[in-house]
Design a protein around this ligand. Structure first.
Ligand SMILES: Cc1cc2nc3c(=O)[nH]c(=O)nc-3n(C[C@H](O)[C@H](O)[C@H](O)COP(=O)(O)OP(=O)(O)OC[C@H]3O[C@@H](n4cnc5c(N)ncnc54)[C@H](O)[C@@H]3O)c2cc1C
Length: 393
């Protein structure tokens, strides 16, 4: 059997659904296919089940790409306010959690249902559990082969996402198609991912597992002031996830465990004002008790503060204000929220998301070399790039 569509979209995730809706609204005959049984699974599990669907502070500076300017056009064509208006139109209640991050009050499923309803209204044909065996071009038309059937189209949109969380459908399919059509790919790496450490730091993390605190975590000149969490596998929490997108293997990161206070200065004044106070007590007034005791033990400091040399106090302060550690790696794609790298943006028009070398072939969402910071930016990129492709496909 052969069938002809105006637009075929591969991948019914955030970006694919958005592009299908927009192309459908333009009266295009649209086929949206996914190999998964459940549509929008990543949306459903996102944001702890509440979906951090956008960020009111969306700005190109919140994204990582070899070409940071690439992002501007799509973000201007479809802004965070456009998506907020769509949410409002569907009476989905939402709130700002912090730092401009918008979450559903009730459930992420509401976003999936909203997108599916919009697809229905736009007459999009949605096919699930579709295994594509071939993609090619013939007489200016693209076609996909699904068992013995061929589906032809004028515009083919690749929205297969990144490599993170393979158990809910992530695949390298999009990158393979890009290679087939001679597009360059920027090396892919897990990002927004917990970091792992050698035995010594790991033992510390395991002892402190479950403990979280506000930190500033930095790598070179990039820093994030957010929560950090000790886990059984290493370090996690927003500040660590954020820095993981910048950290380079073999390098160290710097952690300020008490960003609001200059510990050396504080210990100096304590030494004068209360010389008999026990150092463990002083540190546990600054940091969570378990962490305070561990840091004092690691630095081999105990007893009254007056008995400790300034050199030792400086060393202790540094391990709180400037803790420098070298991750050995990350937890990888199994737990990464996103994939760094992807289709080289030099290969794509920022205005249309269409391949420059291959008219009619579009790439959108996470498969492209655009990675947002934590906080709703990745979905905003999916909505914006999906919208843009939907206007031109
Ligand atoms: C646990 C988790 C929580 C997250 N929380 C947030 C959050 O709160 N806010 C935020 O902004 N971002 C969040 N993200 C990131 C966000 O989910 C992604 O950036 C976004 O979903 C990317 O959209 P996409 O459409 O490009 O890809 P995806 O949403 O991954 O969709 C890709 C689709 O392509 C399909 N597919 C793959 N290969 C094939 C194939 N060979 N054939 C057919 N179909 C295929 C997949 O089944 C999938 O449906 C989270 C990610 C994870 C893993």
């Amino acid at each position: 059997m052969t069938e002809k569509y105006d637009v075929i979209i591969i991948g019914a995730g955030a970006a694919g659904l958005m592009s299908a809706i927009e192309a459908g609204k333009r009266g295009r005959k649209v086929l949206l296919v996914d190999h998964s049984k459940k549509i929008g699974e990543k949306i459903r599990i996102s944001g702890g089940g509440r979906c951090n669907f956008t960020n009111i502070n969306t700005h190109p500076s919140k994204f990582i790409s070899r070409n940071p300017k690439f992002i501007i056009s799509a973000l201007n064509q479809y802004t965070q306010n456009d998506f907020i208006n769509l949410i409002k139109k569907h009476n989905i209640k939402f709130h700002e959690k912090k730092l401009g991050q918008l979450f559903c009050d009730e459930s992420a499923q509401q976003i999936v249902d909203m997108l599916l309803l919009e697809c229905q209204i736009a007459n999009v044909t949605l096919k699930k559990e579709i295994i594509i065996t071939d993609i090619d071009k013939q007489d200016n038309q693209y076609f996909i082969t699904v068992s013995s059937d061929k589906y032809f189209c004028d515009s083919l949109i690749i929205a297969t996402g990144g490599l993170s969380v393979p158990k809910i459908g992530a695949s390298k399919f999009g990158y393979e198609i890009a290679k087939k059509f001679n597009l360059n790919i920027i090396e892919t790496l897990p990002a927004l991912v917990p970091l792992t450490f050698d035995e010594k730091i790991l033992a510390m993390c395991q002892n402190l597992s479950g403990l979280s605190l506000e930190t500033v975590v930095s790598f070179n000149k990039i820093f994030f002031e957010e929560g950090m969490l000790f886990t059984h596998r290493g370090l996690s929490g927003p500040s660590i996830l954020q820095i993981s997108s910048y950290w380079k293997s073999g390098d160290s990161i710097k952690i300020n465990l008490s960003p609001k206070q200059d510990i050396f200065k504080l210990l100096g004044s304590k030494k004068n004002s209360n010389p008999k106070q026990d150092i463990n007590i002083i540190i546990s007034e600054i940091l969570p008790k378990r962490l305070a005791y561990m840091i004092c033990k690691d630095n081999d400091v105990r007893g009254n503060i007056s008995e400790l040399s300034n050199k030792l106090l400086k060393q202790l302060s540094n391990s709180i204000n400037t803790w420098i550690i070298s991750p050995t790696g990350s937890e990888g794609y199994r737990t990464a929220e996103v994939t760094l790298g992807g289709i080289d943006t030099n290969e794509i028009s920022s205005k249309t998301m269409m391949s420059i070398k291959n008219p009619g072939l579009f790439f959108i969402g996470e498969v492209v070399d655009v990675t947002g910071h934590l906080g709703g930016y990745n979905f905003q990129w999916a909505w914006s790039s999906g919208f843009v492709a939907g206007q031109y496909a």
